[in-house]
Each structure stands twice: as structure tokens, then as C-alpha cells.
Design a protein around this ligand. Structure first.
Ligand code: T3D
Length: 260
């Protein structure tokens, strides 16, 4: 299927989703929500897809909500939904789909990420960032909103409360080196190495047993809100299922064969 606001391709088990509205730094509009939901469903359902990469076309990763479209909504309030409804029906399902699918997502942050564009990056399981890229969390504050689409949750979990508060208020451009130091990204590389690095990670993830990676993702996500007791119990539950996969037995046998 051809999309207008994004590019989607699957090669050797790796899906690449490129947000493609470069003139507005890949800001989200209504069409992009529809198309993104569609490709996220495709990633989830297509058994050939093992890993997904999200990136942006041009010099930006994603500038968050398209402000021209937001303004247009305000000009015809009788026809459109409230901002709360907009978040619940557009952004939140995207974020939850990325977090809840068992397939790993990698954000290849090629350029600036602002507002909900930051949230999209933080929802992914791994992030590689260009050394020239930056996060603009205070884009929300600058238009008198609060961080949304998960940023009030992701930021303190990844960077701690004080840094989350600082990022959301005082920092105009959180550069790549600070993002790395704060644990917001896994690696910072020269701009021309962003996609190759994401692809290399994706290729390595693709070689791991898919169910085990999926169970890991579920366990780590739950651990963020669980007690130790709950995590121990959930690990035991998921491990039962992991141990029943053919991959587990085969890999144990293969290990022993190599030794024997
Ligand atoms: O609707 C709801 O449900 C609520 C959800 C809210 C979620 C949110 O994301 S709220 C936050 C929305 N995003 C922003 O406020 C970011 C606005 N953009 C910026 O602050 C800056 O553009 C950046 C810091 C991201 C980058 O700055 P810079 O100097 O590198 O680029 P620029 O010149 O400002 O932008 C380049 C073009 O992109 C420019 O268009 P032009 O002049 O070349 O024709 C600019 O207008 C356009 N652009 C950038 N961001 C947006 C945008 N157009 C529409 N919406 C944008 N968000």
C-alpha cells in the first residue's frame, strides 16, 4: 500500500518506517496518524517482520503535532474533538502499540525531535541519535501545554525527576551528548551512521529468538511499575512460556553439541 506521509519497507525481516513530511520536520497530521496506525498494525501482524526502525525524512526526526492543523481544529471547535480526545484517539494508541507489541522498535533519530516527536522516540526500545540531533521537550511548555503522549512517564523513568522537569521547562535544545549522559538514548553517532547503526542492531535482534525477545519486552515494561515480588512472579510465568518454545530446546542442544 502506498502512503503519502510515510515510507514503509520491509527487507529481510526488518521494517523501516520513515516519517515523510520533511517540509514541517515530519510533524504529525491526521493523515499521518491514520497511516502510522496502519503500518504499526502491519508490523504487528506480518510474521515476516521481526524488528522495526522508525526514522524521519530530511533534517528532522519529528516535530510533534502539526501546529497548523491544531490551529485549524481550534477554529472549528464545533466539528472537532477536544485535545484530550485527540490524544486518546490518536497519540496514545500509537505509543501503546509500540510498547505492547512483542517486536522490538528502534528509533533512528536523524534530526530534531520536538513535543510528541520526543515521546515517539522514547516509546521505542532502543534509540540511536545523530550527534547533530536534539530533543526539544520544552516545545510543549512553549505553547502552554504539558508533555504528552507518554513523555511525563518516559522522561522521569529514563532520566529521573529533576532532569525530566529541567528538560520539560528550561532546556531549549537537549543535545545528543546530554541525551546520552542522561540515559535517553543508547548511542550517539555521526549523522551518516544513524541508519547503519539502527540496521546493524536490527539485524542482530532479528537473529535472536523472537518469542524470547517479546517476553523480555513484556517483562521489562511491567517491571517499571511492579514490585520485586510481582516481577519475580511475572518472570516465572513468562519463563514457562519461553521454555516451551522449540527455540529454547534447540538452542540448549546446539550449545551442548558445540561443547561435546
Ligand atoms: O493535538 C493534540 O492532541 C495535542 C498534542 C500535542 C503534541 C505536541 O507535539 S505539542 C508540540 C508541537 N510541536 C512544537 O511545538 C514544535 C514546533 N517546532 C519548533 O519548535 C521548531 O520548528 C523546532 C525546534 C522543532 C525546529 O526548529 P528549527 O529552527 O530547526 O526549524 P524551523 O525553521 O522552526 O522549522 C522548519 C519548518 O518546519 C518551518 O516551516 P517553514 O518556515 O520552513 O515553512 C516550521 O514552521 C515547520 N514546523 C516545525 N515544527 C512544526 C512545523 N510546522 C507545523 N507544526 C510543527 N510542529
Amino acid at each position: 500500500m502506498a502512503y503519502e506521509t510515510l515510507l514503509y519497507e520491509v527487507q529481510n525481516g526488518i521494517a523501516t518506517i520513515t516519517l515523510n513530511r520533511p517540509d514541517v520536520l515530519n510533524a504529525f497530521n491526521e493523515q499521518m496518524f491514520r497511516e502510522l496506525q496502519d503500518v504499526l498494525r502491519a508490523v504487528e501482524r506480518d510474521e515476516a517482520v521481526r524488528v522495526a526502525i522508525v526514522t524521519g525524512a530530511g533534517r528532522g526526526f519529528c516535530a510533534g503535532q502539526d501546529l497548523a492543523e491544531m490551529q485549524a481544529r481550534y477554529e472549528r471547535p464545533e466539528e472537532t474533538m477536544s485535545i484530550g480526545e485527540h490524544l486518546r484517539s490518536r497519540y496514545n494508541p500509537l505509543i501503546l502499540r509500540i510498547r505492547n507489541t512483542e517486536k522490538p522498535f528502534i528509533a533512528a533519530i536523524n534530526g530534531v525531535a520536538a513535543g510528541a516527536g520526543c515521546s515517539l522516540a522514547l516509546a521505542c526500545d532502543l534509540r540511536v541519535m545523530a550527534e547533530t540531533a536534539s530533543f526539544v521537550f520544552n516545545a510543549f511548555a512553549k505553547i502552554a501545554l504539558i508533555p504528552d503522549s507518554g513523555s511525563t512517564w518516559f522522561l522521569p523513568h529514563l532520566a529521573g525527576y529533576a532532569r525530566a522537569f529541567e528538560a520539560a521547562t528550561l532546556i531549549d535544545r537537549l543535545d545528543a551528548s546530554r541525551a546520552l549522559a542522561w540515559g535517553l538514548v543508547n548511542a550517539v553517532v555521526p549523522p551518516d551512521q544513524v541508519m547503519p547503526t539502527a540496521q546493524e542492531w536490527a539485524a542482530r535482534l532479528r537473529e535472536l529468538p523472537a518469542r524470547a525477545v517479546g517476553f523480555l519486552k513484556r517483562a521489562l515494561n511491567r517491571a517499571l511499575t511492579f514490585t520485586l515480588e510481582q516481577s519475580l512472579d511475572y518472570e516465572a510465568y513468562l519463563q514457562e512460556m519461553a521454555a516451551r518454545t522449540p527455540d529454547h530446546r534447540e538452542r540448549v542442544e546446539a550449545f551442548l553439541r558445540r561443547r561435546g
